[in-house]
Write a protein that binds this ligand. Structure first.
Ligand SMILES: Nc1nc2c(ncn2[C@@H]2O[C@H](COP(=O)(O)OP(=O)(O)OP(=O)(O)O)[C@@H](O)[C@H]2O)c(=O)[nH]1
Ligand SMILES: [Mg+2]
Length: 440
């Protein structure tokens, strides 16, 4: 039972039409009554116009108070929302007066944590709230809304129920059976269900790259020898004069990055120092940074231009090869997959952007209409799938040891339960909710 009442601004700091301050907990209504000098006829889900006062009886503001009676509120507790004039000083005063009346300031994500603890949301849905708020594109918000509305949860509940069914049958069998013989149908049925479940989980695992791409975005690194036009290309891609360019090789020393959203994907373009052997310690430090950036890239734009070689391709990194300065002509023996651009005259940039999107989304055809959005989800589902695969191997043996199969199935179910937050540690909750903004 949560015994304290929390308060926090629910809207971002700054000036605007209105701001909202939210109170949640057992004393929310009492605190609102005290701040409005005795008004206590708040009807649930109806806005009531009142004046609210500080401890010196000075009026803070005229506000609309909306009362959400437990359990029909976001947190499941009694919730009061003050809609006040959008001024940070008024907001601060309301929060301070609520604290004087017995509330305490909420931690980041604490409203959603209470919603989870009160059974209004499972942990998958709760973490999607943070992702939804941070969505940077339409596609990302659609993906996160699906998780919030329970689509991913329902899929996993379905898988869990099937595994539970198999487990119950197997356990029943080893409880009652008198000989070594096992009903053949039982094993075949179990194998079929386990195979189906692994397939469904693998589709979800395959969807993580897509979820991550739209939520966290992609890092696209522009690298090459000095003077090939990397900084000019960065400026052309961003359509702004972000990096200094110059005809002297070795102009860019540090990495320079900036973001744009391309077809729903937040992309960070990173311009790097030209890669060459150099005795200059500053330039050499820049080259080290370039190599580090390349290692962590989602996509590498390996750039060349007249008289320059490509840098050695780095294994396992998706790459687009770009030949720049095409306005000065291009070599006759150019590889057909090389992109010709003139960064200076912005020729070929549109097609290059299309190619970037195509590359970034190339392996995203998971076929899943629900996608995984967090590393936590990916890890738990991967481990769950591994347990199921082990149970599958055991079931395929001539004389399957049902106790061992059942152990693996239970392990798989446990990992689904962790996802839902059915078995949680404080550490896990801390990790999930630490990514939230204050007031959510
Ligand atoms: N003709 C022509 N010149 C270009 C083009 N792109 C860049 N340049 C010129 O090439 C020179 C080098 O450009 P940068 O963008 O500074 O090259 P960089 O690869 O960032 O060089 P470093 O930072 O030294 O590694 C500048 O004088 C640019 O104006 C192009 O498409 N055509
Ligand atoms: Mg440069």
């Amino acid at each position: 039972m949560i015994s304290d009442t929390i308060v926090s601004p629910a809207t971002p700091p700054g000036y605007g039409g209105i701001s909202i301050v939210r109170l949640s907990g057992i004393n929310a209504k009492k605190i609102a009554t005290s701040m409005s000098r005795g008004c206590n006829n708040f009807k649930t889900r109806v806005a009531t116009f009142v004046s609210i006062f500080d401890n010196d009886d000075e009026k803070i503001d005229d506000v609309l108070i909306t009362f959400f009676k437990s359990p029909r509120s976001y947190t499941g507790e009694n919730v009061i929302e003050f809609s006040c004039h959008g001024n940070p000083i008024i907001v601060d005063q309301i929060v301070a007066t609520a604290c004087d009346a017995g509330a305490r300031i909420a931690e980041p994500g604490e409203f959603t944590k209470r919603a989870f603890l009160n059974g209004k949301l499972d942990l998958l849905q709760a973490e999607s709230v943070a992702s939804l708020i941070q969505s940077q594109s339409n596609i990302a918000s659609k993906i996160n809304n699906k998780v919030l509305s329970g689509e991913l949860s329902n899929k996993l509940i379905d898988i869990k129920n099937k595994i539970l069914g198999v487990m119950a049958e197997l356990e029943f069998e080893f409880d009652i059976r008198e000989s070594e013989l096992i009903r053949p149908n039982l094993i075949n049925n179990a194998i079929e269900i386990v195979e189906d479940s692994v397939k469904s989980l693998n589709v979800l695992i395959g969807s993580y790259k897509e979820g991550r791409m739209y939520n966290q975005g992609a890092r696209v690194i522009i690298a090459g020898k000095p003077n090939v036009g990397k900084s000019t290309l960065l400026n052309a891609l961003l359509n702004k004069d972000r990096a200094i360019t110059d005809s002297a090789p070795g102009t860019t020393r540090d990495t320079i990055h900036d973001n744009i959203i391309l077809e729903g994907i937040p992309i960070t373009f990173v311009d790097t120092a030209g890669i060459r052997n150099t005795n200059n310690p500053v330039e050499s430090a820049g080259v080290k940074r370039s190599l580090l950036e390349i290692k962590n890239a989602d996509l590498l734009i390996n750039m060349t231009s007249e008289n320059e070689y490509l840098i050695d391709n780095i294994d396992d990194i998706d790459t687009i090869t770009v030949y720049n300065k095409s306005d000065l002509g291009s070599p006759s023996n150019i590889h057909k997959n090389t992109f010709l651009v003139s960064a200076l005259y912005k020729n070929g940039i549109k097609s290059l952007k299309k190619a970037i999107i195509k590359k970034l989304t190339a392996n995203n055809s998971s076929g899943s209409n629900t996608v995984l959005t967090t590393r936590r989800q990916l890890d738990a589902i991967t481990i769950c799938s591994l347990s199921l695969k082990r149970s599958h191997q055991l079931l395929k043996k001539e004389l399957p040891e049902l106790e061992l199969v059942s152990f693996e199935l239970r392990d798989a179910i446990n990992h689904i339960d962790v996802l839902f937050g059915k078995t949680t540690t404080n550490d896990l909750l801390k990790r999930v909710f630490s990514g939230f903004c204050v007031g959510k």
